[in-house]
Design a protein around this ligand. Structure first.
Ligand SMILES: [Cu+2]
Length: 363
């Protein structure tokens, strides 16, 4: 396909035969994409037991990497527990002293797949912190790793020269900022090559509540990122990151996590989902199959509030975030995805299980 596209570019205007060939190639491509997307939607609307049919799984053998192979059709391993998707409550008070340890560890990223990662706090993503406009955060960052790292909080305005300094192994650094603007913000390691440090898992989120946040029944946070693996779980290859040859795209660090462990809500519950694209390089189009968002907040502003139109997807580039709100009224399995479906097929799928939905083939 890449070759066809290159040929198109190089041969434009040379002859109609080439043009017709290109048209056929692109028509076939578009048809295939529409077919896959349509099939996905129909699958989800049919309320499959675990949304398996909602998204075609990627053929991991087609991935051009030297890393680990991930089975996107795998079932949950015994004793599987998903990371808690609930958004944390705002930290109490107005001054928050937090100690955060940098750890280089191995974590599970998919059923049967462990990968060496560099982390804030021992998990990928790192912890989600939450406060209000006007709060002061005083982070003590301790480097328990073997190499130099650093920190960059997008949630506060600071001098990079003072705050984002290298933290050598065994050393610590105090990073202070006052939250002046609401939103959901990325934090990440900023040590060169930054792509490698983010690509190995060094990111998380800080939520600064807007002052007028409406009450909801459930509030979740989904941090999307792509994962890169290395042979037998060793360090991934920076060249794969440069070439965007990622092995999975995930919410909260684990492939298909909330498809393996759906998030239970009840019909007519009002739901808010904070979404942040931690990248490092891929965009996100957050969509919940079967519903329409009546509220969308993106990058510090409401794009939509109840009483106006509807929104089908929250579009985010790397290091952008916001939230959506919706109220599913009918019982069912509502899959959520990035509507960039080649990424959904690589692990970016979850399910809101709304009420006791009938299970196709089992009811
Ligand atoms: Cu780092």
């Amino acid at each position: 396909m890449t070759t066809s596209f290159a040929d198109t570019t190089g041969s434009r205007g040379r002859g109609s035969l080439t043009d017709r060939t290109d048209v056929r190639v692109w028509t076939a491509t578009i048809t295939a994409v529409v077919f896959l997307a349509l099939g996905a939607s129909i699958g989800a609307l049919a309320i499959s037991k675990d949304a398996e049919s909602s998204v075609p799984a990627a053929d991991s053998s087609a991935a051009v990497t030297t890393g680990q192979s991930i089975d996107f059709n795998a079932t949950a391993p015994a004793g599987f527990e998903a990371r808690d998707p609930a958004a944390p409550a705002p930290l109490p008070g107005t001054v928050h002293d937090v100690t955060l340890h940098i750890k280089e560890v191995s974590v599970a990223i998919a059923p049967g797949v462990k990968q060496k990662v560099w982390t804030f706090g021992g998990t990928v993503p790192g912890p989600v912190y939450r406060g209000k406009v006007g709060d002061t955060f005083r982070f003590t960052i301790v480097n328990d790793g073997a190499i130099t790292h650093s920190m960059d909080f997008h949630s506060g305005m600071v001098s990079p020269s003072v705050a984002m300094v290298p933290i050598d192994p065994g050393k610590s650094h105090v990073y202070t900022f006052t939250a002046e603007h609401a939103g959901i913000y990325m934090y990440h390691c900023g040590t060169p090559p930054v792509l490698m440090h983010i690509g190995m898992g060094m990111y998380g989120a800080v939520i600064i509540d807007p002052p007028d946040l409406a009450p909801v029944d459930h509030e979740y946070v989904m941090l999307q990122s792509e994962l890169y693996t290395g042979k037998h779980g060793a360090d991934p290859d920076l060249n794969n990151m440069l070439a965007e040859q990622y092995d999975a795209v995930v919410f909260n660090g684990y492939a298909n996590q909330y498809k393996l462990a759906p998030i239970r809500v009840e019909p007519n519950d009002r739901i808010r989902v904070w979404v942040l694209d931690d990248g490092p390089s891929q965009s996100s189009s957050f969509h919940v199959i079967g519903t329409i968002f009546d509220t969308v907040y993106k990058e510090g502003a409401y794009l939509l509030q109840p009483g106006a139109g509807g929104s089908q997807a929250l579009d985010l580039m790397p290091a952008q975030g916001g939230f959506v709100e919706f109220t599913p009224t009918e019982a069912g399995s509502y899959a959520f995805v990035t509507h960039k479906f080649n990424d959904a097929a690589r692990g970016a799928v979850g399910v809101f299980q709304v009420g006791d939905a009938p299970v196709m083939g089992h009811s």
